[in-house]
Ligand binder design. Structure first.
Ligand code: ACO
Length: 379
């Protein structure tokens, strides 16, 4: 029997994360996400995933120094990013293109994690006519990323908020991009796995949802207009971005972690209007999703509050999905390590439903209207 979307198929064992979609729980290597996200540094979370335990102080310092030492990207990568900026290539495509050049430097795991923020921030600046900044080895991973974007000394509250986000989305079972990374690892190398995973992540059904989710909130603009605007979308058969999840049938626990972090950020900034609007939109959306899609158990997913938190950090929408990648790359690599430990090529089967017993016809004798025409989609 075919399982469309591989629904319900268990394709790997993992010690990295447990996603309980019925109870709304996410455990990262033994720690509830609520425990880890707000307290760990991103270096600690990455170490935890790669080694199975939190690091000692000495291990953490060594690992942080190793990441800090590997942040520079090659001149060829910067040239490529300049070309991408000249052509107005989308940031996720530029990241995917540039990630392939990681093999020019060392292609070890810390090097990949260390260099992704340099690529993302460098491209963000180039697209705005600014020169990329040199990484600061004296700063930790999250602080350095903020510095690389705006050149300002990073404020601890912003660092904490970003780090909470990076920890929250670092790993999440066999999601599409992680599965892609494992498939590629089963036959190939780490850089290829990361490049493939970036391709899987960028689409709006996976990592590309927070931009549209924020656009939706801005478009509604006023809580009193939320119901009418959302009804229009649902009646037109549109999906509400930031809602629904393949696994979670109750509220995504990451949404709550990020909602709290966003609330703290907006409270400190002294303007709660956007936060209040997002809450109102969420309430209406959940009510209307139950009305239009009864029984589908559509709840708020991580992307809705990702949008709010990253916006509160001053990030613009094109930076949202690349920032997701800056975090998830640690998870992809952890899965690659796990895959390598007990590797077996990932090779599912397909059920053939096309014709059989056809007879070869030379090209000159073929009639148009054959099923192999350009617009049939059959190639
Ligand atoms: N708005 C409206 N209807 C929805 C939504 C939504 N956000 N999500 C699902 N539905 C509906 C579907 O249309 C379908 O209706 P039907 O039964 O009448 O055909 C039903 O609910 C089941 O949805 P599927 O698309 O089959 O669920 P699936 O598990 O395949 O998809 C997904 C999950 C892709 C996340 C989906 O809910 C979606 O597109 N959500 C919006 C995009 C989004 O927020 N993506 C981010 C996900 S989180 C992440 O990847 C990090």
């Amino acid at each position: 029997m075919v399982s469309s979307g591989l629904d319900g198929i268990v394709a790997a064992t993992t010690r990295l994360s447990r996603v309980d979609g019925d109870r709304g729980e996410l455990v990262i290597a033994g720690y509830a996400i609520e425990q880890l996200a707000e307290y760990a540094t991103f270096e600690e979370t990455t170490w935890l995933l790669w080694h199975g335990d939190l690091p000692s102080v000495a291990q953490l310092d060594t690992f942080a120094a190793q990441l800090a030492a590997e942040r520079d990207i090659s001149a060829a990568t910067i040239r490529l990013l300049r070309d991408c900026a000249d052509r107005q290539i989308e940031p996720m495509d530029a990241l995917r293109i540039a990630a392939g050049t990681l093999s020019l430097m060392s292609d070890d795991a810390p090097g990949i994690v260390a260099r992704l923020p340099t690529i993302v921030a460098g491209y963000w600046r180039l697209q705005r006519g600014l020169e990329p900044l040199a990484p600061r080895p004296d700063l930790r991973h999250a602080a350095n990323f903020l510095y690389l974007l705006d050149g300002e000394p990073p404020n601890p509250e912003r660092v904490k908020a970003l780090e909470t986000y990076l920890n929250t989305v670092v790993d999440h079972g066999l999601n599409a991009s992680t599965f892609t990374a494992r498939v590629i690892t089963s036959t190939g190398d780490l850089v290829s796995a990361v490049v493939g995973a970036l391709g899987a992540l960028k689409g709006p059904l996976h990592g590309g949802a927070p931009g549209p989710a924020l656009d939706m909130v801005f478009e509604i603009a006023d809580a009193s207009r939320a119901e009418a605007a959302l009804r229009r979308k649902l009646a037109a058969g549109e999906k509400l971005m930031g809602f629904g999840h393949r696994v979670y049938k109750v509220r995504d626990p990451r949404a709550d972690v990020l909602a709290r972090a966003a609330q703290r950020l907006f409270t400190r900034a002294g303007d709660m209007s956007l936060y209040a609007l997002a809450r109102a939109v969420e309430t209406q959306a959940l009510r209307l999703l139950e009305e239009y899609k009864p029984g589908r158990k559509l709840q708020t997913n991580v992307e809705f509050y990702t949008a709010l938190l990253l916006h509160g950090l001053g990030f613009d929408v094109p930076l949202f999905t690349p920032t997701f990648a800056v975090s998830r790359v640690s998870g992809w690599i952890a899965h690659a390590f796990e895959q390598r430990q007990a590797n077996r090529i990932i090779r599912p089967e397909s059920e053939y439903i096309g014709p059989i017993d056809r007879t070869w016809v030379p090209a000159v004798n073929r009639s148009s209207g054959d099923w192999l025409t350009a617009d049939s989609g059959a190639r």
